[in-house]
Design a protein around this ligand. Structure first.
Ligand SMILES: [Zn+2]
Length: 190
């Protein structure tokens, strides 16, 4: 198993609900954890904050979210099964987003700053999560993956919205006409 990237069609499918949390599902979750950490080893300036199952080619409604988004040394993730947005509110904030499946590109994406999510944990316990800011953004990004939506889809005004990371780990603006406008990997239908 590996992380798949655009324009792989599996990233654009609607994922199925998990009916039973069996060994296959638990194995998928552990593969997601492992592949997130493998990716991070190759990206010294970035933290793997979360991942959705379609990103490893499994179209099931599962996401994992890093428990500590600041400290790379704390590499544990909570899995959320069948996560649902109950409510998205608060003011809309536009901020940087990247995605393991959209390599080397970052974008400015508007998102709600407060969300309520319900989901199941690996042991079947139902949980309700109230999240704000960075965690709200992460949950919205990952749950989008389960419906075949990528962060680039939310960028309406594309001109000054895209960035790349230089080899020092800083984000630099990407020239829209040169790098984005004709990029069929990102926008096959444009
Ligand atoms: Zn993503």
């Amino acid at each position: 198993m590996k992380i798949i990237t655009t324009p792989d069609p599996r990233l654009r499918e609607k994922s199925e609900k998990v009916r039973v949390i069996d060994d296959d599902i638990l194995k998928t979750i552990n593969n997601m954890r492992q592949l997130s950490l493998d990716w991070e080893k190759e990206h010294p300036y970035e933290l793997s904050a979360a991942m959705a199952a379609p990103q490893i080619g499994v179209n099931k409604r599962i996401i994992i979210v890093r428990d500590d988004m600041e400290d790379k040394g704390k590499a544990t993730f909570t899995a959320l099964i069948n996560p649902e947005i109950i409510r998205a509110e608060g003011k809309i904030k536009t901020d940087y987003e990247g995605c393991l499946s959209v390599p080397a590109i970052y974008g400015m994406v508007p998102r709600a700053t407060k969300v309520r999510v319900k989901a199941k944990l690996e042991d079947g316990t139902e949980v309700r999560i109230k999240a704000t800011d960075e965690l709200a953004r992460t949950l919205l990004h990952e749950i989008d993956h389960l419906d075949g939506i990528l962060f680039i889809d939310h960028i309406k005004d594309k001109k000054d919205a895209f960035y790349e990371m230089n080899d020092k780990g800083d984000l630099e603006p990407l020239d829209y006409d040169k790098h984005i406008a004709h990029n069929k990997t990102l926008f096959p239908d444009d």
